[in-house]
Design a protein around this ligand. Structure first.
Ligand SMILES: [Cu+2]
Length: 222
């Protein structure tokens, strides 16, 4: 029997971006100020940095794109998470040989993808991260993608080292534990990350109402 571990710190983090000001002539390079005013060098009015800086520019310290972990995708390509930057990410941790919860999580991911409006679909990447990297070789992940008709660019399947997988699960507040040679118990959490790699929303459970997840994805892609 599988035990569903409960993540106690799955939270909905929302955060406002602090406004920053910079000389339009870059007299002091990329130096920014917290308050509006004039450049100390050329005296021009400081300019407020674009509000959507977070979507295109630097990443915050809460971003998963700071993680140095290396992953291999279903095509055998080595990538770092930051290669996914710029898209809204919908992520879940699974293992392909799971007979119980994971098939339902895969169905939930499919259900979410179906509800993303057509004009937003190319702004969203759906990511599966294996909790069983030993079994889930790139080749196995590729077969799994094909079996599930998820063999296109918007579906990404990743495997990494045991240590990187464990570290990443902590970021997602996903618990997992090997309970037999073939099986793991694990949390059932689908996470939404914004374009800068910050956690924006999580849903927990199997086959649950995903309306809030969808509306968060749509809000982020607007
Ligand atoms: Cu499972």
């Amino acid at each position: 029997m599988l035990i569903n571990l409960t993540a106690c710190n799955s939270k909905n983090s929302s955060k406002t971006t602090a406004e920053k000001y910079q000389c339009p002539m870059h007299c002091e390079g990329d130096k920014t100020y917290e308050e509006p005013g004039n450049c100390a060098v050329c005296k021009m009015d400081l300019q407020a940095l674009a509000i959507n800086e977070k979507k295109t520019g630097e990443i915050s310290e809460l971003s998963i794109y700071n993680l140095p972990s290396k992953w291999t995708n279903q095509n055998g390509e080595e990538i770092q998470l930051k290669a996914l930057k710029g898209d809204v990410l919908v992520m879940v941790m699974i293992y392909t040989s799971c007979q119980t919860a994971c098939p339902r999580l895969v169905a939930d991911m499919r259900g979410i993808e179906k509800q993303i409006p057509t004009d937003k679909k190319d702004k969203v990447t759906l990511v599966f991260v294996s909790i069983d990297p030993e079994t889930d070789t790139p080749q196995r992940l590729k077969e799994f993608a094909i079996e599930n008709q998820m063999d296109s660019e918007k579906w990404v399947f990743l495997r990494g080292s045991e240590a990187d997988t464990r570290e990443f699960s902590a970021v997602l507040a996903v618990n997992y534990k090997k309970i037999s040679p073939m099986d793991f118990s694990h949390s059932n959490i689908i996470s939404v990350f914004d374009q800068g790699g910050e956690l924006a929303y999580q849903q927990e459970g199997l086959g649950i109402n995903n309306a809030k997840t969808i509306s968060k994805i749509i809000e982020l892609t607007n």
